[in-house]
Unconditional design. Sequence first.
Length: 202
Amino acid sequence: MFLRNADRDRPSPAAQPALAPAHAAGAAPKPPLRSASEPAPVTALPPRAPSGVGAPSQFGAPPGAKRVSVIGSDLAILGADLRIVSRGVLQIEGVVQGDVLGAEVIIGDEGCVTGLVNAEKVTIHGTVLGTIRALDVKLAATAKVEGDIHHDALTLEHGAEFEGAARRPKDKATLVPDLDGAGAQPEAKPIVVPMPPVAQPA
């Protein structure tokens, strides 16, 4: 049987090299080609954490929480006509000789205040030598108070030492401290120095 020249030059199917599969086993498929006119895919970003007013504090304190100021046990604040004013919670673990005013005052176990303590709420674990004025006053078992207590509600735990008089005024508003005007300094009065008389020439 004779073959034509065209059939003689054509390779047999067994002689043709095998083509590699489109995706080899275990290999990641290549992304499809994108035309120049097709827009690039957009990846959504995670939402940002809120910031500003009403955002959670970076230190873990919830928004609107009361601010706490602490006078440590290693501090002693002394002075004539001294007045400490706090618009939040004031916790005293040291020694203070002077008046203490705040929205809420807490005297710790080692705290000692000699002077007036005036707040909407006062909790005593330590010592107070002076007058206490507050809507709500609580004396813990370790409290020692020498002075009068002006209150609307008074709680004494068993073991608390109290030497003085407890009074409840008719007007509760007199117990609330004036924190806005408490820190105002009295206006300084000018000092007038008389001038000596000038001698007239003879």
